[in-house]
Design a protein around this ligand. Structure first.
Ligand SMILES: Nc1ncnc2c1ncn2[C@@H]1O[C@H](COP(=O)(O)OP(=O)(O)O)[C@@H](O)[C@H]1O
Ligand SMILES: [Mg+2]
Length: 327
């Protein structure tokens, strides 16, 4: 999974706490060491990349090692940015007396469950299509969930994208009507433009925005579905819940004809003298390791031992990176 000549987009997923961020960072560092200019992107609001590299990392890529840049997306800020865009789009479609209603809806949307994911996805699709700065590889410390994959898999349904973000029980009927029009208009506008019919100048801008987004989503989907371009690496530990979660992830990807391309079994208790407490644990771990082998047969897998102490800094990541091997 380290293969420097491998896919230029790599998603690292797994249950919280299993070592996703550490694995993504160790992988990215190794790729950079192999001479590939690498961008590491985290969407974890806990922002642990900064701690790992002992430096402030934000929304803009900063160099954390030679050939390695890192960036931490701020999901809340992504929502604001995205809603600003939605506001602008909506205002192009409805009469000014609807503006207060738009504001009210955006306020509700900001707190709705899908908002963070949708806005983050918007940003990810940008980075997938064009990471900029001539990066050879982009490593995402974030799992594409079923919801994300579905959104990406249906870029034609631009209306669903907008509507999904704005869907809310408290939506008033008149707003619903406006949305309905927007949904219809989006598609017909896009069709008009694609058929070269032009349209009125007032809505040229909005059409451009919609077209750009649609193209970007289609591109992101193509990239996601192309195994030459995108790899999905799953991290788990030899315990029951992470195994179940991984099985679900493998299944979800399969629904989209995608494969988990590599698996990292992390925190495996090392061989040798461990003392009675850890030896008892190692005995409990053994059947889980077997289960992993059986369930995920055919997926290239590496094992990373439980290392002493937390893994931080370049040195720690290099130590972890050694185990990621060439598999
Ligand atoms: N193989 C390992 N050995 C020892 N500690 C590890 C190992 N892998 C991860 N850790 C530690 O476990 C903690 C959680 O790892 P992290 O990568 O932040 O998990 P996640 O991103 O999945 O939530 C961190 O403190 C990290 O240093
Ligand atoms: Mg993490």
């Amino acid at each position: 999974m380290i293969d420097p000549a491998g896919p230029r987009i790599r998603f690292v997923g797994g249950k919280g706490g299993v070592g996703k961020t550490t694995t993504a960072a160790a992988l990215a560092l190794r790729l950079a060491r192999e001479g590939r200019s690498t961008l590491l992107v985290s969407t974890d609001p806990a922002h642990s990349l900064g701690d790992l590299f002992d430096t402030r990392i934000g929304d803009r890529a900063v160099e954390v090692a030679p050939g390695l840049h890192a960036m931490e997306l701020d999901p809340e800020a992504e929502v604001e940015r995205y809603l600003d865009q939605v506001r602008e789009n909506m205002q192009g479609f409805v009469s000014p007396d609807m503006y207060p209603e738009i504001e009210r809806q955006l306020k509700l949307t900001r707190r709705s469950p899908g908002a963070v994911e949708a806005a983050t996805l918007d940003r990810i699709s940008h980075l997938m299509a064009d990471p900029g700065e001539g990066y050879d590889v982009v490593v995402f410390d974030t799992a594409p969930t079923g919801h994300t994959l579905r959104l990406l898999s249906l870029p034609e349904l631009m209306a669903a994208w907008t509507d999904g973000l704005l869907r809310h029980r408290e939506r008033s009927d008149s707003f619903g009507d406006a949305l309905q029009r927007l949904a219809g208009d989006e598609l017909s506008y896009i069709d008009q433009v694609e058929e070269g019919k032009g349209g009125d100048p007032r809505s040229r801008k909005i059409r451009e925005v919609l077209l750009e987004r649609r193209r970007r989503f289609m591109r992101a989907r193509r990239l996601l579905l192309d195994p030459q371009t995108t790899a999905f690496i799953w991290v788990l530990i030899p315990e029951r819940l992470p195994i179940l979660e991984t099985a679900r992830a493998v299944e979800t990807l399969r629904e989209f004809d995608l494969q988990v391309t590599g698996m990292v079994v992390n925190r495996v208790l090392p061989e040798g003298e461990l003392g009675s407490f850890l030896e008892a644990r190692r005995e409990r771990e053994a059947p889980y390791l077997e289960e992993i082998e059986e369930r995920f047969r055919g997926i290239p897998t590496v094992r990373v031992p439980l290392l002493e102490g937390d893994i931080t800094g370049i040195e720690g990541l290099e130590r972890m990176g050694e185990y990621l091997g060439a598999g």
